[in-house]
Design a protein around this ligand. Structure first.
Ligand code: SAH
Ligand code: DHB
Ligand code: MG
Length: 222
């Protein structure tokens, strides 16, 4: 199996099931123009996030790691008119690009990008006793994933869904002896999920236009 085949299948699925509209296309174009890294989710993955949020009937969504707001648009579009999405981003340039992309997508009223290291923003949300989130998408600096999980558990309710991006990393995740801080962070994250009796979870490997990776899904029991 080759990257070329994965691209062809993604192109086919995208054209059928996750076609690019003006706002999504422009979001990627302007992210590229601003020099942001190409590490957004793919269109079919974005559509999966959208479907999961719809299935959840999510009214409140928390995203950790905004980049240019591409995944944020997919998630934000699943919200009802009075829904709310808070996305956490440390890099002010990324946040500025994301805000413009969200405004063009008509989501400025439902979405908010908070610019600070996510651990600080999460501590503030906990201190503010923020209403629980129905869905949390964890997609920022992977070494902090164990901390992000801990905070996500404080900020959710029974029935909430916690999604972790990039849990496969080309297969490196299976290396128990890895010294890569990202791999160690994701492995600890998955172990904490697995050992938590309050979570029902799985992880799925994916291939596509962004190569070989995967995501984890955990539901807070109740
Ligand atoms: N969810 C986006 C991709 C996010 S890429 C999408 O799929 O479209 C990861 C983002 O996390 C980057 O923008 C990076 O600047 C941000 N990030 C890295 N470390 C962070 C931290 N400690 N706090 C908040 N954001 C961080
Ligand atoms: C990286 C981060 C991501 O969130 C992603 O989806 C792909 C790659 C990275 O830091 O390399
Ligand atoms: Mg990611």
């Amino acid at each position: 199996m080759s990257q070329q085949q994965w691209n062809s299948v993604d192109d086919y699925f995208n054209s059928l099931l996750a076609p690019d509209d003006k706002a999504l296309h422009a979001a990627l174009r302007d992210s590229e123009a601003a020099g942001l890294p190409h590490i957004n989710v793919t269109a079919t993955q974005g559509k999966l996030l959208h479907l999961l949020a719809l299935t959840q009937g999510a009214r409140r969504i928390l995203e950790i790691g905004t980049l240019g707001g591409y995944s944020t648009i997919w998630l934000g579009r699943a919200l009802p008119a009075d829904g709310r999405l808070i996305s956490l981003e440390a890099n002010p340039t990324h946040a500025a690009v994301a805000r413009a992309n969200l405004a063009r997508a008509g989501l400025a009223g439902r979405t908010e990008v908070r610019v600070a290291p996510a651990l600080d923003s999460l501590a503030r949300l906990v201190a503010e006793r923020a209403e629980p989130f129905d869905l949390v998408f964890i997609d920022a600096d992977k070494p902090n994933n164990p901390h992000y999980l801990e905070r996500a558990l404080e900020l959710t309710r029974p029935g909430s869904l916690i999604i972790g991006d990039n849990v496969v990393r080309g297969g490196d995740i299976a290396d128990a002896d890895s010294t890569d801080p990202s791999i160690r962070g994701i492995r600890r994250f998955l172990e904490l999920i697995a050992e938590n009796p309050k979570l029902t979870a799985t992880a799925v490997q994916t291939v596509g236009s962004k190569g070989y990776d995967g995501f984890s899904l955990a539901r807070v029991n109740g």
